[in-house]
Design a binder for this molecule. Structure first.
Ligand SMILES: [Zn+2]
Ligand SMILES: [Zn+2]
Length: 170
C-alpha cells in the first residue's frame, strides 16, 4: 500500500483557504489479489486542496502508466491511466478511517491505490487488434507470420474470393 502524505497544517488555519499540490512521485506496485502491478514510471499528482470548514476537500488528477501483461499475446505493455480524486478528509468522524486528518497531515495513498486498481482491465490487451499467440507453435503473431497463421489467412481469402465470384463482385 502506498503512502502519499501531505502536510495540511497551513490549510487548517483558515476556512476557505486553497492550496495546490503538484508533484511527481514514485509509487510501489499495486497488489491485486495475488498479482502485483508495477507503475512504469513516476506518477504526476495534480491536486487542489480546500479547507471547506468541515475538512480538507481534495480534488484533482493523478496520471501514470501501469505495466500490464496482455491476456492474448502475454507480452508486457504500458497502459496510460489517469484517475480522478474527489475526497473529503476530516479531523473527526470521517466516513472511513483512511479519510482522517492525522497530526495535520492527510494520506491520499490508499485512495490513489484504489482508484488505479479500478483502472486495471480484467483481461488487458496490448492493442485491441492484438493477434495473440499461435495455438500451434506458440509464436507471437504480432511479430511473426508463422506457417499456421498463413494457412488460416489463405483459407479465409479463398472463402472471400468464392463469395465475390458468386455475388458478381469481379
Ligand atoms: Zn497482446
Ligand atoms: Zn504457428
Amino acid at each position: 500500500m502506498n503512502r502519499i502524505v501531505i502536510d495540511v497544517s497551513s490549510l487548517l488555519r483558515e476556512v476557505g483557504r486553497e492550496e495546490s499540490y503538484r508533484k511527481k512521485i514514485e509509487l510501489s506496485a499495486l497488489v491485486k489479489n495475488s498479482d502485483t502491478i508495477d507503475f512504469s514510471g513516476p506518477v504526476e499528482v495534480d491536486l487542489r486542496l480546500t479547507n471547506t470548514g468541515s475538512g480538507i476537500f481534495v480534488k484533482g488528477k493523478v496520471k501514470g502508466e501501469l505495466r500490464l501483461n496482455c491476456s492474448r499475446c502475454l507480452c508486457d505493455f504500458d497502459m496510460p491511466a489517469e484517475i480522478e480524486l474527489q475526497e473529503l478528509y476530516a479531523e473527526e468522524e470521517p466516513e472511513e478511517e483512511r479519510f482522517r486528518i492525522v497530526g495535520e497531515t492527510i494520506d491520499i495513498g490508499p485512495a490513489v491505490d484504489e482508484a488505479f486498481m479500478l483502472e486495471v482491465p480484467i483481461a488487458p490487451l496490448c492493442d485491441a487488434a492484438c493477434r495473440g499467440i499461435c495455438p500451434v507453435c506458440g509464436g507471437n503473431l504480432n511479430f511473426e507470420e508463422c506457417e499456421h497463421e498463413v494457412q488460416k489467412y489463405d483459407d479465409r481469402l479463398k472463402v472471400l474470393e468464392k463469395w465475390l465470384k458468386e455475388h458478381g463482385g469481379r
